[in-house]
Design a protein around this ligand. Structure first.
Ligand SMILES: [Zn+2]
Length: 167
């Protein structure tokens, strides 16, 4: 958390014009950067670190609860279930699109979509160019690998020190 704020501070110091994008989550109060197009309505935003997703999830649950409570919704649902139960004739199986030599995306990608989009936006703003999703994923993988490596080195170092200075 502290690391995150230090990073945010150094980014703002390096790119003062991004200060206009600084905002605070209305739910958890964390500071984050928003896209310049949101800069004028930035007092009512939720952060991409979970609050936005949670809110979206809540809203969609509420919507579907209301929908199925409505009698018209109910008949629709039972029709849908009947359709689902109906056997699919073998000739009508949907064709699976063939992969066109694309590598599977790093594991990271499946984990946190809004977070990746956030990093992509911030990096684009900082670099003043459109940074692609794949580029962000590669960058994140690299950073995480270095982080893990650094931690392992620290542990090794501590172990070495303990060996030299037994208690
Ligand atoms: Zn939040």
């Amino acid at each position: 958390m502290l690391e995150y704020y230090l990073l945010l501070r150094s980014v703002l110091r390096a790119k003062p014009r991004l200060r206009a994008c600084l905002t605070r989550c209305r739910h958890c109060r964390i500071f984050f950067l928003t896209h310049p197009r949101n800069a004028n309505r930035r007092h009512n935003l939720r952060c991409p670190f979970g609050c936005r997703q949670a809110h979206r999830q809540q809203r969609s649950t509420r919507r579907s609860v209301e929908y199925y409570r409505d009698p018209r919704g109910k008949t629709k649902k039972s029709a849908l279930n009947q359709k689902r139960r109906a056997p699919v004739s073998p000739g009508k199986l949907p064709e699976v699109p063939k992969a066109r030599g694309l590598e599977p995306e790093p594991v990271l990608a499946q984990r946190n979509e809004p977070m990746i989009e956030y990093v992509r936006m911030v990096v684009s703003l900082i670099e003043g160019r459109r940074v692609g999703r794949r580029e962000v994923l590669e960058m994140l993988e690299r950073v995480l690998r270095q982080h893990r490596l650094g931690r392992r080195r620290k542990i090794d170092h501590t172990l070495a020190w303990l060996n030299e200075h037994p208690p």
